[in-house]
Design a binder for this molecule. Structure first.
Ligand code: ZN
Length: 194
């Protein structure tokens, strides 16, 4: 099961790269919608702040190409959002479009989401598979997590030995050891250097 989902998640990851650095405080997320027969119906990435998130951009792309997304599988690098902020909640929008299966890479570390998006989908009767290409996606979104949701790396940091913290966290979040050293200092976490 996992193996067949990876190639589509990689399509979503490539889409996500198109949005890197253009999304303000939003994460650069990518999304692909695939028919039950395995055809790409639409893809999209997060637009600017207060504009469409990746899931909605992908659904609009499918619509523009004349495809129905009813019964389709939606691949998103990040868990769909669960709350109405500057845009309506993507999890609710996905549920209203008749998507049958949602496959995600990583849970949204935003404490307002963190599993709540997946729960909305499941409550709506949609199957959800989480954690496809998760390690790679955490590296892809690492800079965003470090900047906007430091509680996640801070929790990891506290469970690691001081000597390995910098290098392990740098590998997990896809940044250089030097950048990680800076981040640790900013958050007053002891690193290799005293
Ligand atoms: Zn969203």
């Amino acid at each position: 099961m996992t193996v067949e989902h990876e190639p589509w998640m990689r399509v979503a990851m490539q889409e996500a790269e198109l949005a890197r650095g253009t999304t303000g405080d939003n994460p650069w997320v990518g999304c692909a919608i695939v028919s039950p027969r395995g055809e790409l119906l639409g893809c999209g990435h997060t637009q600017g702040p207060a504009e469409d998130h990746a899931e909605i951009a992908a659904a609009r792309d499918a619509q523009a190409r004349g495809h129905s997304v009813v019964g389709a599988t939606l691949y998103s690098t990040l868990e769909p959002c669960s709350f109405h902020g500057r845009t309506p909640a993507c999890a609710r929008s996905i549920a209203s479009r008749g998507i049958a299966l949602v496959v995600t890479g990583m849970r949204d570390p935003n404490p307002q989401v963190n599993g709540a998006g997946a729960q909305i989908l499941r409550d709506a009767g949609i199957e959800v598979i989480e954690g496809i290409c998760e390690l790679e996606i955490r590296r892809q979104l690492g800079v965003w997590v470090l900047e906007y949701h430091p509680q996640e790396p801070l929790e990891r940091a506290q469970s690691m030995k001081r000597e390995v913290r910098r290098d392990r966290l740098a590998a997990i979040y896809g940044v250089t050891p030097a950048r990680m050293e800076e981040w640790l200092a900013k958050h007053s976490i002891p690193s290799i250097r005293p």
